[in-house]
Design a protein around this ligand. Structure first.
Ligand code: ADP
Ligand code: MG
Length: 333
């Protein structure tokens, strides 16, 4: 490959998009969000668009183009790819860039083609895709080339993906639309039920990041939050505890646990034995929920480890594929 052509690995996540440039590492991370005006023209992308969420006048609409792990809005996804490729410097240099995009493992051939076409349409010279769980496994350093079972659980914003990998391929995999977003929604409905107070998605996420947890904390925490009182319609401030948030998101955690268990149930016994021995790796932003590893270990009896940089695992893995292309090329979709 030419020295002058940039090679980019792109994780188009439901919540965050991350770009890795071959030879440089992760250069960019932005929310997968786009703001559109009434003519569907792009007004803002990424961080700038996120600041607008929940605070826009009627004529501006803020959308998450990949909300459920699939492209549900082709044109905005194209705008997003264009923005990311340009901002990562992919359009500088003489030749057009080569792009490798992480896609959900359950993607249909039509959706996969849509991703490739979008990348080509915004100027890529060559575009390929890699299943996200495989990229995440490479990113966290699992020995995916060995004839042994490795399990990765990636908890993102819109989807949780569970995969058992051996010999560079996904042997069994499951995906569910229950992940970080659902935790936020569970927090919103808890606060409404318990306190008759309405809070927005941004506040719910702040609560989750600050005091959210999956298993009792050494020191339980409190947080003051603001919302709208549903009784008198006025702004109201309440104090909420980490125990309450744990209880509120419990159903979501149970659902994630069920996906892990049902994947283990269909895993060939030799590979399941490897996983018992070597444990399960957690990636994705949801892996940062306090004590999620302890909760899942407690309930499965298997050791869980949180990846070092769970928000970057997919992009790092896809980047490693670009950097060791011959070794990994049979792992590509
Ligand atoms: P995606 O791959 O779907 O874009 P990410 O891997 O970027 O998702 O993870 C985003 C999700 O992780 C969001 O739901 C976000 O709220 C959640 N998240 C990020 N940091 C934390 C944290 N410290 N605690 C709990 N959840 C977190
Ligand atoms: Mg992801």
């Amino acid at each position: 490959m030419s020295l002058f052509s940039k090679e980019l690995a792109i994780d188009l996540g439901t919540a965050n998009s991350v770009v890795y440039v071959r030879g440089k590492g992760v250069v960019l991370r932005e929310p997968t969000i786009i703001a559109l005006d009434s003519n569907k023209r792009v007004v803002a992308v990424g961080n700038e668009a996120k600041l607008m969420a929940g605070r826009t006048p009627f004529e501006i609409e803020v959308v998450r183009p990949i909300r459920d792990g699939v492209i549900n809005d082709f044109e905005t996804t194209e705008s997003l790819l264009d923005y990311l490729i340009t901002k990562a410097g992919g359009k500088r240099g003489i030749f057009r860039p080569v792009v490798l995009v992480g896609v959900p493992s359950g993607i249909t051939p039509v959706e996969r083609k849509a991703v490739i076409d979008a990348a080509l349409h915004v100027g890529a010279r060559q575009a390929q895709t890699i299943p996200e769980p495989l990229a995440a496994a490479i990113g966290v350093g699992l020995p995916i080339e060995e004839a042994r079972g490795s399990m990765i659980v990636d908890i993102g914003g819109g989807t949780t993906e569970v995969a058992v990998i051996s010999l560079k391929g996904i042997v069994v995999g499951k995906s569910t639309r229950i992940a970080g977003d659902e935790m936020n929604e569970a927090i919103i409905s808890y606060v409404r039920r318990q306190y008759s107070v309405l809070i927005g998605e941004v506040t719910a996420e702040q609560i989750k990041l600050r005091i959210g947890n999956a298993f009792p904390l050494e020191k339980e925490e409190k947080m003051e939050i603001r919302g709208r009182d549903l009784v008198d319609g006025l702004p109201k401030s309440i104090t909420i505890t980490s125990e309450e948030i744990r209880k509120a998101i419990q159903p979501v955690l149970e659902e994630i646990l069920n996906v892990i268990k049902s994947t283990l149930e269909i895993t060939p016994p030799e590979l399941a034995a490897d996983i018992m021995d070597r444990g399960i790796m957690l990636s994705g932003g949801g892996a940062l929920l306090k004590n999620i590893d302890r909760f899942l270990s407690h309930r499965t009896g298997i050791l869980l480890t949180v990846a070092d940089d769970p928000l970057s695992s997919v992009a790092i893995g896809a980047g490693k594929v670009l950097e060791n292309y011959d070794f990994y090329k049979d792992a590509l979709l």
